[in-house]
Design a protein around this ligand. Structure first.
Ligand code: SF4
Ligand code: SF4
Length: 119
């Protein structure tokens, strides 16, 4: 017996964002940033191509010597807070990305997020 009938599968896929054809850059400081719950991330990389500013990357393997596949991380200064990666991870993979207030992450990580990506 199929797990999904066609209608359920269609509904599921309808909610998934499209992979951007080309990447853009941040124009304004977002109120929230994507945050990867690293122990919960499988490192499947499904979210990476969906990010419109291409700011999700795989962590260096040496940072996670006890794991065969390292998790991904966000380059916070480039994130535009679009929530796409959260939706993609929830729908297609797991539940390993959440949105967090920019100010909270700045304080916690000792970073400053501006209107433009300066890197
Ligand atoms: S889709 Fe989710 S589980 Fe997969 S790499 Fe991205 S954050 Fe991790
Ligand atoms: S919130 Fe948008 S810009 Fe930020 S990491 Fe996720 S997909 Fe990329």
């Amino acid at each position: 017996m199929a797990i999904y009938n066609n209608r359920k599968l269609k509904d599921l896929l309808a909610d998934i964002p499209e992979i951007p054809e080309k990447h853009t850059r941040k124009k304004k400081r977002p109120k929230e940033l994507a945050f990867v719950d690293e122990p919960n991330c499988t490192g499947c990389e499904v979210c990476i191509p969906f990010c419109p500013v291409d700011c999700i990357e795989v962590e260096p393997a040496e940072n996670w010597p006890d794991r065969p596949i390292p998790p991904v991380r966000i380059r916070y200064d480039e994130c535009i807070g679009c929530v796409i990666c959260v939706r993609v991870c929830t729908k297609l993979a797991w539940d390993a990305i959440v949105m967090r207030p920019t100010e909270e992450l700045e304080e916690e990580l000792g970073i400053v997020i501006g209107d433009k990506f300066t890197g």
